[in-house]
Design a protein around this ligand. Structure first.
Ligand SMILES: [Zn+2]
Length: 364
């Protein structure tokens, strides 16, 4: 098994194209063609984690936060970022980051957390636009099912909990094969009118080339006619934060105490309790204050995240309870999850959860 096999599996879990524009997820250090000798999973790939990887004989560190975020111009070891990268390169340790792309998929940072909290009716708090496309293909009726099947197998046609969604209508297509053509039907130099189906499927932009390749492979024509159209629809399964319901209304303080245990946090900082009972819960792992208005608009009783600043707490305005549990604490379930899915997939090398507590914040 090569490092690339692990990278490909993680890329499939959270496609890198779903990362935010400011992010730097993906393979940051190392040679993807090297044999993988073991993986260490962490939130932050610090120097201590690289040391741990060296000691454990693991040559791949999978981190949530990219150690190289805004670019490096020199490698003199003057700060922890440069020292980490230098140490990793010297010891042939690869570093892979799976950051906002894992925030943005439904079963990622927030889906894992929502499951741990037992939230029902889980929905993305801020679904993304611009990720859906429509593929329209014109195909002889006799080959319609084949082409549809190929596109479904390549990942097209999924809407929420429904797979194999498509629409088709019948019509007539025309074409005239030119001199060097090798037509499936029709004759060189003569216009052909053929009964064709217009088949439409939805697909995700990051999957477009795969679906088009599958469609072309299964299409009988030498030149398949198709339209790839941008859609403005939101993608309900991709975006930031998550909202869901507790199975019953519960006392807010009691629930926050339970939250403290589940999330292993030293402290919960929260705004005035404008209501004593809560049922609808919004969450965002990491720094989620940018989602406060989404949480209010969708009727959340409480919004749990990290990194709220003093003045931002005032924005609760008795419309919602803001509960800040800390950035690290809100994401620690993520790395347990990554260990679990990597262990399930790869059995020929060790997949370890770091023993280093990389949280730079302590509580007295
Ligand atoms: Zn984070």
């Amino acid at each position: 098994m090569k490092i690339q096999n692990v990278v490909a599996h993680l890329d499939q879990l959270a496609p890198p194209s779903l990362q935010e524009s400011y992010d730097n997820s993906g393979l940051l250090v190392g040679d993807r063609n090297k044999e993988c000798t073991g993986v260490i999973v962490c939130l932050d790939s610090t120097e201590d984690v690289i040391e741990e990887a060296i000691a454990a004989g693991c040559n791949l560190v999978v981190a949530h936060h990219p150690i190289v975020f805004s670019g490096l111009k020199r490698f003199t070891g003057s700060d922890y970022i440069e020292r980490t990268v230098i140490k990793a390169i010297k010891h042939d340790i690869a570093i892979y980051a799976i950051h906002t792309n894992l925030d943005n998929v439904k079963h990622g940072v927030n889906g894992v957390w929502a499951d741990a909290l037992g939230l029902k009716n889980q929905k993305i708090l801020s679904p993304k636009k611009g990720l859906l496309k429509k593929l329209v293909v014109f195909v002889p009726e006799s080959d319609k099912d084949n082409v549809l099947q190929a596109m479904f197998e390549a990942g097209a046609g999924t809407i929420g909990n429904y797979a194999e969604c498509s629409y088709s209508g019948e019509g007539n297509g025309t074409f005239k094969p030119l001199e060097n053509a090798n037509p499936y039907i029709g004759e060189i130099g003569k216009r052909k009118v053929e009964e064709e189906s217009r088949v439409e499927v939805l697909l995700e932009s990051f999957n477009a080339s795969k679906v088009i390749a599958a469609m072309k492979k299964s299409h009988p024509y030498e030149e398949a006619a198709y339209d790839l159209l941008d859609l403005n629809n939101v993608h309900a399964e991709i975006g930031a934060g998550m909202i869901g319901d507790l199975s019953a209304s519960v006392d807010a303080i009691e629930w926050m105490n339970r939250l403290k245990t589940i999330m292993k946090c030293g402290v919960v900082r929260y705004t005035p309790l404008h209501k004593s009972k809560i049922k609808k819960v919004a969450i965002c792992g990491g720094s989620g204050s940018f989602l406060l208005n989404n949480a209010i608009a969708q009727g959340a009783d409480i919004f749990v995240t990290g990194d709220f600043k003093y003045h931002q707490f005032f924005d609760a305005e008795n419309k919602i309870i803001i509960a800040d549990i800390g950035h690290y604490e809100s994401e620690h379930l993520t790395i347990d999850y990554l260990v679990r899915i990597l262990k399930e997939k790869f059995t020929t090398f060790a997949v370890l959860l770091t023993k280093v507590n990389t949280n730079p914040i302590n509580y007295l």
